[in-house]
Design a binder for this molecule. Structure first.
Ligand code: IMP
Ligand code: MG
Length: 179
């Protein structure tokens, strides 16, 4: 069985949107230094591209969290698998994430990072699926694309750890007739 992939957001549209977000963030944080925090593994491609479009000083750090017990559905509690290397106290922190689905992962992460007393804390996500939101009133300050309730892959997003390296965002269509 092989997977057929339908392109949802082509590479050039992503690149254009990343440039726009980089400009907007650079304007909003003028005169400040941004501590970019990437949520591994999915956010790594977006962080890399976005950070190259940011013109104010910035640092990068990485965090790896996972939802307890869940498969493709998020359960509401996150486990820290890798913590940040540096303190974020007094820093202007921007969390860079691949996608917001139920919102549980980022809501928990935001609460955890707030407790470390940053000067400010915002979220930048490449994709948002608001139809799937379970955490009420939760929305990112910066968003690349709002997408419908479909399971997507590429540009960091995986299906069973595969497809992260695709330069576009696609939808997997399982093709049971092929091998
Ligand atoms: P949450 O439901 O907002 O907590 O999302 C948890 C995580 O599930 C995201 O950070 C992604 O890693 C993953 N995820 C959610 N939707 C998708 C998808 O459509 N494709 C791939 N991963 C997804
Ligand atoms: Mg993720």
């Amino acid at each position: 069985m092989s997977d057929r992939i339908k392109v949802l957001i082509p590479e050039d549209r992503i690149n254009e949107r990343v440039r726009e977000l980089g400009s907007q963030i650079s304007r909003d944080y003028a005169g400040k230094e941004i501590s970019l925090i990437c949520v591994l593994k999915g956010g790594v491609y977006f962080l890399t591209a976005l950070s190259q479009q940011i013109t104010v000083p910035c640092t990068i750090d990485f965090m790896c969290v996972s939802s307890y017990g869940a498969d493709t559905v998020s359960s509401g509690d996150v486990k820290i698998k890798k913590d940040l290397d540096a303190s974020i106290e007094g820093k202007d922190v921007l969390i860079v994430e691949d996608i917001i689905d139920s919102g549980h992962t980022l809501a928990c992460l935001r609460e955890l990072l707030f407790s470390r007393k940053p000067a400010s804390l915002k979220i930048c996500t490449l994709l948002d699926k608001p139809d799937r939101r379970e955490v009420k009133g939760f929305s990112p300050e910066y968003c690349g694309f709002v997408i419908p309730d479909v399971f997507v892959i590429g540009y960091g997003l995986d299906y069973d750890q595969r497809y992260r390296n695709l330069p576009y965002v696609g939808v997997v269509e399982q093709d049971s007739s092929a091998d």
